[in-house]
Design a binder for this molecule. Structure first.
Ligand code: FES
Length: 396
């Protein structure tokens, strides 16, 4: 799963007068010459069935995945165009039998490699082999603080216990650990325990990432959307934990966009610093870009990465600020948040070129807040689990 790719920054914090409080600055100009990091989605296969998975609804079959030779070539190209970090993700990247080989290639090419994993398919020997191949960091997703909630959300029995074991091995092997906690209405009550769990596991960092609603999460929005009261409590819990654990564990925090006043600077700006490579080799400006069905994406099967980064019409569609409509065009924050999230604009307005309704300046902002509040109170708690046949309703 791809939640928690570190490029998906939180909502830009502003005071009531829309004055910039922090972030941004001169470094945020749209000089998008060199991508810094790539999310390599090796496969969409995954034993978990999380109802908020950021993979597209139409998952790529194993037979259409890039082969080992293609990935080895792509990793070389990444280094050539200046990429510094590779995040191996999926689906579940440890499904791939060539993962150790790919990590070794990344190491040889001078790339910092991170494994984004559900952890349930790892054993200690495999993790040690990855460390030996030069893996630098492990990020494990947790669905709750204990097995009852966590295994239900992930749709995978005994997954939570396995994750705890793998987190322990990660630290034994002296690899830095990040806990990725995707939060929503049905697990937010466990947030204090999840933060405590991450600390006890020796995580250097926890991402408290409220669900972002596109793809599978949009399909499950009624079952996942937290109430405004839950979000307020979540903010309080995070602030208290940050004060208590300062200098011991970093806490990243993303609130649900629907309750934000300002949009997040998604992916550091479209086509500006980051990109994704899908299992089939399509190069995407973000992990959810395939939800924008009127864009076409170029593939590493047909073009070099250097060509795609510069010339792909999908990348150039929303780069910089020239594409922006009002109110973005005349907004003083346009080079701070770059108009927010294109995938969310598409999901909520049908046009990826519209202002992200997460922004209070969008004419749709109040409607979106009202949708969120109403759905958070809906008596709909059953998930539609992610799978290769369009989803499976919980209990069926
Ligand atoms: Fe925000 Fe795609 S997820 S631009």
């Amino acid at each position: 799963m791809t939640e928690g790719f570190p490029s998906q920054e939180g909502n830009v914090p502003l005071d009531d007068d829309f004055q910039l409080v922090n972030k941004a600055g001169d470094a945020q100009r749209h000089d998008y010459g060199i991508p810094l990091a790539v999310l390599a989605e090796l496969t969409h296969r995954c034993p978990l069935q999380c109802p908020y998975c950021s993979n597209p609804l139409e998952l790529e079959s194993a037979s259409n995945e890039l082969g080992t030779a293609d990935w080895l070539r792509v990793i070389e190209e990444l280094a050539e165009i200046g990429v510094l970090q590779i995040h191996f993700s999926g689906g579940e990247p440890t499904v791939r039998k060539d993962l150790v080989q790919l990590v070794a290639k990344a190491t040889e090419s001078g790339l910092y490699s991170n494994l984004i994993t559900s952890a349930v398919m790892l054993d200690r020997a495999k993790l040690a082999a990855l460390a030996e191949a030069g893996l630098k960091h492990v990020q494990i997703s947790f669905q709750g603080a204990e097995a009852g909630v966590a295994d239900r959300v992930g749709g995978f029995r005994n997954g939570h216990a396995k994750k705890l074991a793998v987190a322990g091995w990660t630290r034994e092997l002296d690899l830095p650990l990040t806990v990725n906690a995707v939060m929503h209405r049905q697990n937010l009550h466990q947030l204090p325990e999840i933060i405590e769990m991450a600390y006890t596991l020796g995580a250097a960092r926890i991402e408290v990432a409220n669900v972002q609603y596109y793809g599978w999460a949009l399909k499950n929005r009624q079952s996942l959307m937290p109430s405004p009261d839950q979000v307020d409590e979540c903010v309080r819990v995070v602030e208290a934990a940050r004060a208590r654990l300062e200098g011991q564990m970093e806490i990243d925090f993303v609130i649900p966009d629907y309750y934000a006043l300002r949009p997040k600077q998604c992916m550091g700006g479209w086509g500006r610093q980051f990109f994704n490579i899908s299992p089939a080799g399509k190069v995407l400006p973000c992990h959810a870009a395939e939800t924008i069905t009127d864009l076409r994406f170029d593939s590493v099967r047909d073009h070099s990465l250097a060509w795609i980064w510069e010339n792909s019409p999908a990348f150039n569609a929303y780069r910089g600020t020239d594409w922006m409509p009002d109110p973005c065009k005349s907004c003083k924050f346009k080079e701070v948040d770059f108009g927010g999230c294109r995938c969310q604009a598409y999901a909520l307005t049908g046009n990826a070129g519209n202002t992200d309704p997460a922004c209070a300046k969008s004419p749709l902002h109040a409607d979106v807040f009202a949708i969120a509040e109403a759905e958070s109170l809906a008596d709909q708690n059953r998930f539609i689990y992610r799978n290769f046949s369009g989803g499976l309703e919980e209990g069926k």
